[in-house]
Write a new protein. Structure first.
Length: 138
């Protein structure tokens, strides 16, 4: 799949968005999960997402990602960047294969566990300061 925005100038890309996604009919069993392939391209990067709804924790993942997508997509610039990738409704990522300028990276789910995490992991570090960053607006 060739990205729609391949030959556009920066102004056109900002107007149209950075990312395209394509659902495929390709199905493969990966680490025991029946996965469907989705292809996401943008800004010179192509990523094959192999996702499954059979992964333990998929419902929780989908609910959390949906909340995040809603927040990200409230920002017009984030929506144009295609920051949310493929929808969490399609499945849990079991394997991603990213090709950026000829360099490939593959990430594969090997083990997933539900655990109770210590509250101390989420404690704000001593001396932390919140700094507001202002972005230029048009």
């Amino acid at each position: 799949m060739a990205p729609k925005n391949k030959n556009l100038g920066i102004e056109e890309v900002l107007k149209k968005g950075f990312s395209d996604s394509l659902a495929t009919n390709e199905i493969r069993k990966i680490t025991g999960y029946k996965c469907t392939k989705y292809i996401v391209t943008g800004m010179g990067v192509k990523t094959d997402h192999w996702v499954s709804k059979d992964v333990k924790g998929y419902r929780e993942y989908s609910a959390a990602k949906e909340k995040m997508e809603k927040k990200l997509n409230k920002s017009p610039s984030m929506e144009k960047f295609g920051m949310s990738g493929i929808s969490s409704k399609e499945g849990f990522p079991v394997m991603t294969v990213t090709d950026m300028m000829g360099m490939k990276s593959t990430n594969t789910l090997k083990n997933i566990q539900k655990k109770t995490l210590s509250k101390s992991l989420f404690k704000i570090p001593e001396g932390y300061k919140l700094i507001e960053v202002k972005f230029p607006t048009q």
